[in-house]
Design a protein around this ligand. Structure first.
Ligand SMILES: Nc1ncnc2c1ncn2[C@@H]1O[C@H](COP(=O)(O)OP(=O)(O)OP(=O)(O)O)[C@@H](O)[C@H]1O
Ligand SMILES: [Mg+2]
Length: 212
């Protein structure tokens, strides 16, 4: 309907929880149901900043920890004009990882407080819905070996999960925990139902600012 904004829907979760699988399926299902929906993913490796991040994740380059945290955040900020434009055009955006991954991963490093990690992302477009795909790390391990990228390591993933759990205590955000250990189609159905409700309610509300 004219004048109605789209919803900002984020998928988060530990590695191999099914974020990419489910984001793609969600966009297809929403489009098939007559919604306008598009997929975004972070990091967006296609930009200049994204290329630095890609090389860092592939361990082809080293970057200072604070500096790389700010680059991950900048990689989100550089998409904000596009995100706002799409949402105000009525397009729902399904986002595969967002600021929560950024904070969970850096705060898993030594000597980084959650609060410091959140600051660069304060004021980003606030998701209308954050789907946390919950999966035990032992179950995630059955979905294949870790890749060879940075952060793909058991102890680090455990620490990142603690970061996610702390972020989920924030009741100003619409977190929904989805049991991602089920079959792909079952998880998909629940995600669709939650997303359709979020699209309806977002249409009535102004877009918020994250952590602000
Ligand atoms: N519900 C499921 N049950 C079993 N296998 C699944 C399920 N969902 C996804 N998978 C499989 O697990 C693997 C990881 O899925 P996917 O890439 O979607 O996860 P991800 O959360 O995006 O991972 P990453 O954090 O590494 O990007 C893929 O091989 C996928 O086919
Ligand atoms: Mg993925």
């Amino acid at each position: 309907m004219a004048g109605r904004r789209g919803a900002l829907i984020v998928l988060e979760g530990v590695d191999r929880a099914g974020k990419s699988t489910q984001s793609r399926k969600l966009v297809s299902a929403l489009c098939a149901a007559g919604h306008r929906a598009e997929l975004l993913r972070f990091p967006d490796r296609s930009t200049e900043i994204g290329k630095l991040l890609s090389s860092y994740l592939e361990k082809k380059s080293e970057l200072e920890d604070h500096s790389v945290h700010l680059l991950f955040s900048a990689n989100r900020w550089e998409q904000v004009p596009l995100i706002k434009e799409k949402l105000y055009q009525g397009v729902t955006l399904v986002v595969d990882r967002y600021a929560f991954s950024g904070v969970a991963f850096t705060s898993a490093k030594e000597n980084f407080s959650l609060d410091w990690c959140k600051q660069p992302d304060v004021g980003l477009p606030k998701p209308d819905l954050i789907l946390f795909l919950q999966l035990q790390l032992t179950d995630a391990a059955t979905r294949g070996e870790f890749g060879h990228e940075r952060y793909e390591e058991k102890t680090f993933q455990e620490r990142a999960l603690c970061g996610f759990q702390q972020l989920m205590r924030d009741s100003t955000l619409n977190w929904k925990v989805v049991d991602a250990s089920r079959r792909i189609e079952e998880v998909h159905e629940e995600i669709c139902t939650l997303s359709k409700a979020a699209i309806l309610s977002a249409a009535q509300k102004p877009l918020g600012k994250l952590w602000q």
